[in-house]
Design a protein around this ligand. Structure first.
Ligand code: ZN
Length: 497
């Protein structure tokens, strides 16, 4: 192999990756620390770094080095082949676009975001509709330049989960569409109901120290990351420096606890990826769905389980003796695993969450196929909500305007959440096969074997394998919905009997 070409390629990819890290730090700082009158300066800084990042990622030298290395593809070692394959993919997605595309998109994103925020505030979809039209047009333009398998929507899906198509997602979602509404009805028909409004006055400083203990126990390395407060929880950065956030409310301690556990799942994944060479298939994550599988597995299958909660409960009670004094263990556990009809996706439980995703996937697919007009979207949204969740949103704000994603043209993003749930359920099955004493470990608060297993099966592979192959190798099964359906039945039917 042409070693000097490969070394030069790694240098250029690392340079782009470092700029991406700077961009992500600026964003984190904006969400966590930025004084209000410094916003304009930050916008200018972000635009400058974005421009540098775009130049570095589209450097024609990357293209010519890739050409040289692809010419001797057969003699490349497997690692270098993966690096070249993914670098080619990322490079082509950028250089196939017209020069002014990134700037036009950034302008549209910013204006569409403000239009969406105002429309949501007024609960008036018509105000946002023209912006959504423009975002759809922009996405179609992007697909026309970058190429797609059958429909422009396929590119949108592929951007988040390389190699996936709308048809493949549809095949995976079909059984869920059939099984989950019925499972939900059975749960809701149960006389067992989760308690409501039982949490009051949980001091924020104690919440913070409790969840830091949980995050540490999960194996998060605070010497390479931190957790702060922002309006919406997120996890950003790379394994060498992870920035997670959470939010606190004195009457909702479970929100900060479980959202922190979720973000820690993301953080642990990034911390488990190899560090060098930066910005390559050997060190970057395998896509949105795999990322989400890590956060969901920790949040749901592990930490909401009976054995893990049996470990946490006495510690939780010790931290909040007065607040929990009159709450029984069973009520507490039901509150952690509450299932209810809720029109809002981000507040949805594990059972209904997937239905929210299927609804969005269906609508996006119809929009891209020209089978649904933007002006008819609110009614289509409400109809699907009735069909899938058995309820009708009260207004646009509670329905079609609830998510920020479409204002930024992030189509094809939602399916990743549900794919992540499927992968998490499959990993959970495989984890139990590998660790038959998992429940005993969780009851002792021993999470290290879980993390070690994920490091070995998922993290160390970074993006060297296509998604279906990674899932097959890691879980011993083809990617499918059955493990998720079985898991939801096993977790929730006995609880709501
Ligand atoms: Zn997540």
């Amino acid at each position: 192999m042409d070693h000097s070409a490969y070394a030069e390629l790694l240098d250029l990819l690392e340079k782009a990756a470092r700029l991406g890290e700077v961009q992500s730090l600026l964003h984190w700082d904006e969400q966590v620390n930025l004084p209000p009158d410094s916003r304009d300066a930050r916008a200018a800084q972000s635009a400058t770094v974005s421009d540098l990042l775009h130049r570095a990622s589209t450097d024609p030298k990357i293209g010519s080095l890739l050409n040289r290395l692809e010419a001797e593809r057969d003699s490349l070692p497997a690692e270098a082949r993966a690096v070249v394959r993914e670098a080619r993919r990322d490079y082509d997605l950028l250089v196939r676009l017209p020069d002014d595309f990134a700037a036009r998109k950034a302008r549209l994103d910013s204006r569409a975001f403000h239009a969406w925020a105002e429309a949501r505030e007024a609960s008036d979809f018509a105000r946002f509709a023209p912006w959504l039209e423009q975002q759809l047009e922009m996405a179609r333009e992007q697909a026309s330049h970058c190429g797609y398998s059958e429909n422009p929507y396929d590119l949108m899906i592929d951007l988040h989960d390389p190699g996936m198509t709308a048809a493949a997602v549809e095949t995976l979602f079909t059984p869920l569409r059939r099984e989950l509404p019925e499972l939900l009805e059975r749960i809701l028909a149960s006389p067992v109901r989760p308690p409501e409004g039982i949490f009051r006055g949980f001091p924020v400083d104690r919440q913070r120290s409790f969840l830091e203990g949980v995050v540490t126990r999960m194996g998060f390395d605070y010497r390479r990351g931190r957790i702060d407060v922002s309006l919406h929880p997120f996890c950003s950065g790379r394994g060498t420096d992870i920035r997670m956030t959470t939010r606190f409310h004195p009457d909702n301690p479970l929100d900060s606890l479980f959202s922190s556990i979720h973000e820690t799942g993301h953080g642990l994944y990034e911390q488990g990826l190899p560090a060098e060479p930066a910005g390559t298939a050997l060190t970057i994550n395998a896509g949105m769905a795999v990322h989400e599988s890590q956060s969901r597995l920790w949040e749901n299958q592990i930490c909401r389980s009976r054995p893990a909660w049996a470990f946490f409960e006495p510690r939780f009670r010790e931290a909040f003796p007065e607040q929990l004094a009159r709450i029984s263990s069973e009520d507490l556990y039901l509150a952690i695993n509450a299932v209810s009809r809720n029109p809002i996706r981000v507040d949805a439980d594990e059972v209904t969450y997937n239905l929210h995703i299927i609804l969005r996937f269906d609508l996006e697919r119809r929009l891209f196929a020209g089978k649904l007009a933007v002006r008819d979207l609110p009614e289509a949204w409400n109809e699907s909500t009735r069909a899938l969740l058995g309820m009708t949103p009260k207004n646009d704000a509670e329905g079609v305007l609830q998510d920020v994603h479409w204002s930024g043209g992030a189509f094809g993003y939602f399916p990743s959440y549900c794919l992540g749930n499927m992968i998490a359920a499959q990993l959970h099955l495989a984890l139990r096969e590998s660790l038959p004493n998992l429940d005993a470990l969780l009851r002792e608060g021993e999470f290290a074997p879980v993390l070690a297993w994920l490091r070995e099966r998922v993290h160390r592979h970074a993006r060297t394998l296509p998604l279906p192959e990674l899932v097959r190798q890691a879980s011993g099964r083809d990617l499918g919905p059955q493990a998720l359906i079985d898991y939801l039945r096993d977790r929730y039917l006995p609880l709501y009997s």
